[in-house]
Design a protein. Sequence first.
Length: 249
Amino acid sequence: MYFARSAGHRIAYQVAGDGGPPVVLHPGMFEDGGHWAHLGYTKVLAATHTVIAIDPLGLGASDAPHDPAAYGAQRRAASVTAVLDDLGLDRAAFWGYSLGAMTGYAVAAHAPERLTRLVAGGFDPDGFRSRVPAVLAALGLPGDHDVYAIVKEGALADPYQVAVIEAGDPAAYRANYDAFSREPGLGQRLAASGVPVLMYAGGLDPWHDPMRDFALAHGAPFFTVPGADHGEALRRRDDVLPEVLPFLA
């Protein structure tokens, strides 16, 4: 485990591989960088890349501030570039899922020169709240329902994430959520960034159609993980890697 510093906070990360082109792996909410290894991605990628798996602020071994301002989009981007700086890297590919994809959009918006390409799974570039009303309506819940409880409940279905949640700081989790759930979309800035992007989502993910439509509108490749919801799409490594590896290459 290594540590970079960003805005006064420690950002933990791990490195694997034998010196191939660098790729940053950034997990979603209630996940740490080790989740990529747990699901089998790191081992495959490390055969051809230097894999840099980040523990996002508020999760894993990274610091866990309670101020939502610490988790704003520009701060998230700065935490990634701080890791690159710590490793002496000018640029790297980036692969993020869910909250990790949002972080990738933030890097593309605020520091596009640091990215060679971006893989984004399971997060609408136009923001977290783009599909919240439809999700709440489908669940028969009022429009002012606290979505945080739904996000956390979904994470608790995964034993790996349960362990991460139990080891962490509930106040930091809430601050993290309060920040990203209110962030405006970065779609226009992503489209203008010039960073090559590959997008994907599970066919049952509420963000599938908005992501697909964004990709089509901007000439970006997109693929569907058939029959998968938001959590399942990440776990379908054998469906995802054959689509992503050629893009990274």
